[in-house]
Design a protein around this ligand. Structure first.
Ligand code: PEP
Ligand code: MG
Length: 756
């Protein structure tokens, strides 16, 4: 059996010299394959590069027919080379011709070679090509030879990624790495963003591949692993990291992996072969990721992501790249691409540089998405595989309306979106101009357009949108983005900030509405519920844990000292809940006045109408509170028995249907009869057509996402209300329950030139 001539360290040193020499790319490649063949005592060494059209093209060879270079081609999955590329695994054969996948390419003249060793050229788990050595005799390649060829392939991967080889491609043919790719995910927040990829956990680009002294490098690796383990232990012992639940489980998995003998051994092996510690981390991670890409077990895939995060942490330890360096390198039109991320991490990015967000995971209700929506960032989620396909700095388009992401878009796609962005900007300008105009119908009936909010980042929108106030402040959002229960002082500070920012405009604070789909990872509340939407949530939970509610109410009373305080209770089912809440509030007022605290000048208490049971106690409800607000998201889900979070049902039933509109009208009428103000603050208020329906059945105040205020106001100012009211009465009372209200409203809008 032939011996390895000089071993991998010598080979890597030769490759480094070749990389540094001023050579044309083809010449460099030719010399590289010659060097590898010599070093591995092989008669043949060939490099195949994956093109965008899924064809592997021979880019360089030592030993095969030189005329076959850029001519010999195999499809992904075809032949031995295609199989290696498709499986991302090495293949070592002593008798290649008899392998079932063997495909003979006459132009190469390879029939005389019996043994074959091929490895994928991998970068961040993606296959960019295949590197092959062949021998005439039947021989078995040893494990360390496979390892050495894999390490060499990594150097070539860098050449492909840095664009060195792109210059060798024939005109019109792109390498796979530069291929435009479109993904379909879920639209999480509307808007269109054009910009450049910023990988949230950037694959740190390792440029220093070869070590000078393996022993020294092994020490560096050991040191970095040591500090990594310490930092994980430290995080685990800190109380402010969510002590129970998911966070802890993830950290414990990290700790286990950081001590994983197999992982550490593979890293050391790569360093012994001549790589730097950071290049070793990248190599081991890339091999592992490529193998795991073909696994379907969700548990293993999840663990793989944990390993990825860990490898990134280790790279950062080795390279000392901190968040400041990262922020400085941010492009001015950053589109953040992440597997998943915490809400607070998004807020660490400079807002003025962000144009969009793409997540591999996430749900409409996840914290990060709530924050992205609050800062008006176009967001697409559930975009599988985007992280490994994207490179930092790639051009990308995020379409938050259709839920599409176009990576490295072709010019015509990009041009379409540039036009779309221009169109949106023109509309925004119109809305801004309308801000100072009265919020009233064409026949002069004033309508209050309020905004929904929940975090300090929402506050600038109050002035920008021209909202008449905050109709729903979701206080639970502060709890949802935190790692532990926000302390009383933090709550009070946020509430004070909100009232200050409102500058005299009304703000309605909803008391904490957790449970259901709003879970706090650190709160061990209910045991797993079969029907969380119908479970222990909102008022039910708040009244059972009065300490929580009491702290919040005290924080609100103190923050509103000397000003008006409007409090609203979520998910009220029985009037007794309002009585109990009122008792808690009164006790807190007494407590504060005993200590001579500055109290609010007036206190208004309202209830949300979300549970259908309230429909049969409307007159009593209206007398029991100072105002009501319809939570149409929950009310609709309960009335129609339709989970609001289930995408399969999201378009099935129409809120603009006769039964639901009759019910909403009944609430508005009950409010008018009792002189109790009624608003509506679910998503229904934010779409011009449904806002029009609401106004047509008697609503005079509605609260919505701040970005919806412009379009709703544009509709409102063209609306002949008296005519609409007559049409709605006719549709709801005289035309039977199957009447197409949506169609009628569209027709009405067309007829009266109302923008919808
Ligand atoms: C609603 O249910 O309509 C509502 C406004 O509350 P949330 O969406 O926060 O449940
Ligand atoms: Mg609700």
């Amino acid at each position: 059996m032939p011996e390895v001539a000089g071993g991998p360290r010598v080979l890597l040193r030769r490759l480094r010299e070749l990389m540094a020499e001023a050579l044309e790319p083809q010449e460099r490649l030719d010399r590289i394959v010659r060097e590898i063949a010599q070093n591995m005592v092989a008669e043949v060494c060939s490099l195949y590069v994956l093109r965008a059209d899924s064809v592997l093209e021979l880019y360089a060879t030592e030993g095969l027919n030189p005329g076959a270079v850029h001519q010999a081609q195999l499809r992904l999955g075809q032949g031995l080379v295609g199989t290696i590329a498709a499986s991302a695994r090495p293949l070592s054969l002593s008798d290649a011709q008899h392998h079932p996948a063997f495909t003979y390419l006459p132009e190469t003249g390879e029939e005389i070679y019996h043994s074959f060793l091929g490895v994928p050229v991998l970068r961040a788990g993606r296959t960019l090509g295949v590197l092959v050595v062949q021998n005439r005799t039947q021989r078995h390649y040893r494990e360390d030879e496979v390892e050495a060829l894999e390490t060499t392939a990594m150097v070539i991967a860098e050449m492909v990624a840095t664009g060195d080889l792109a210059r060798l491609a024939r005109p019109g043919i792109e390498l796979d790495l530069r291929r435009p790719v479109s993904f379909t995910g879920q639209p999480f927040n509307e808007g269109v963003g054009l910009g450049h990829v910023v990988l949230h956990e950037p694959r740190i680009v390792v440029t220093n591949l070869f070590n000078e002294d393996s022993e020294q490098e092994l020490e560096r690796l050991a040191e970095a692993l040591g500090s990594l383990r310490l930092s994980i232990d430290d995080m685990l012992s800190r109380r402010d990291v969510a002590f129970e639940g998911e966070h802890r489980a993830v950290l414990e998995a990290y700790r286990m992996f950081a001590n994983d003998r197999g992982w550490v051994r593979r890293l050391q092996e790569a360093v012994r072969n001549g790589l730097t510690a950071e290049a070793a981390v990248e190599k081991v991670q890339s091999d592992m990721r490529a193998r795991m890409l073909h696994m379907t077990d969700p548990y293993l895939r999840e663990r793989m992501s944990d390993f990825d995060d860990l490898a990134n942490r280790l790279l950062r330890q080795l390279l000392g790249t901190g968040p400041e360096e990262m922020a400085a390198m941010l492009p001015k039109d950053a589109i953040v691409v992440a597997r998943s991320m915490g809400a607070a991490e998004l807020l660490d990015y400079p807002r003025h540089k962000l144009r969009g967000l793409v997540l591999e995971e996430g749900a409409v209700t996840s914290h990060i998405v709530i924050v992205a929506r609050a800062i008006g960032l176009p967001t697409v989620g559930q975009v599988k595989g985007v992280v490994s396909m994207a490179e930092n700095g790639d051009a990308v388009v995020v379409d938050g309306e259709e839920g599409r992401v176009h990576l490295r878009p072709q010019p015509d796609i990009e041009a379409t979106y540039v036009e779309k962005v221009r169109f949106r900007a023109r509309r925004q300008k119109l809305y801004r101009e309308m801000r100072s105009k009265p919020s009233a119908t064409r026949d002069g009936v004033a309508i209050d357009l309020l905004m929904n909010a929940g975090l300090a980042v929402d506050l600038p929108q109050l002035a920008q949108s021209g909202a008449a106030g905050i109709g729903l402040f979701r206080t639970e959002l502060q709890f949802m983005v935190a790692l532990t229960f926000p302390r009383a002082e933090a709550q009070e500070q946020l509430y004070r900030e909100v009232i200050d920012a409102a500058d005299g405009k009304p703000v309605t604070f909803r008391t904490i509405d957790i449970g259901g789909d709003k879970v706090l990872p650190y709160f061990k509340g209910a045991s797993a519920e079969e029907n969380p939407a119908l479970g222990w949530r909102a008022m039910r939970l708040a009244l059972d844990r009065p300490g929580l509610l009491r702290t919040q109410i005290r924080a609100l009373l103190r923050a509103a000292g000397g000003r008006e305080l409007r409090l609203m209770l979520p998910m009220v089912t029985e009037l007794s809940e309002i009585r109990q809440a009122r008792e808690i509030i009164e006790r807190e007022v007494r407590h504060l006045s005993r200590f001579a605290h500055h109290l609010p000048t007036s206190l208004k208490l309202g209830a949300m109408i979300e549970v259908p049971a309230l429909m049969w106690q409307l007159p009593e409800l209206m007398r029991a509170v100072d105002f009501v607000s319809v939570g149409s998201n929950d009310l609709f889900q309960f009335v129609m028995a339709t989970d609001r979070g289930n995408p399969q049902l999201s378009d099935r039933f129409d809120p603009l249907s006769v039964p639901f509109l009759r019910l909403l009208r009944q609430i508005a009428e009950a409010g008018r009869a009792a002189h109790t103000p009624v608003t509506l603050c679910g998503e229904l208020a934010g779409r011009p057509i449904s806002a029009m329906a609401l106004i047509g059945i008697g609503y005079r105040a509605i609260s919505m996402a701040p970005t919806a205020i412009g379009p709703v106001k544009a509709m409102l100012r063209e609306l002949p209300l008296a005519e609409l009211e007559a049409a709605m009465t006719d549709a709801l009372d005289n035309n039977g329950a199957s009447h197409d209200i949506r169609g009628m409203l569209r027709g009405f809008a067309r007829e009266h030139d109302i923008p919808l």
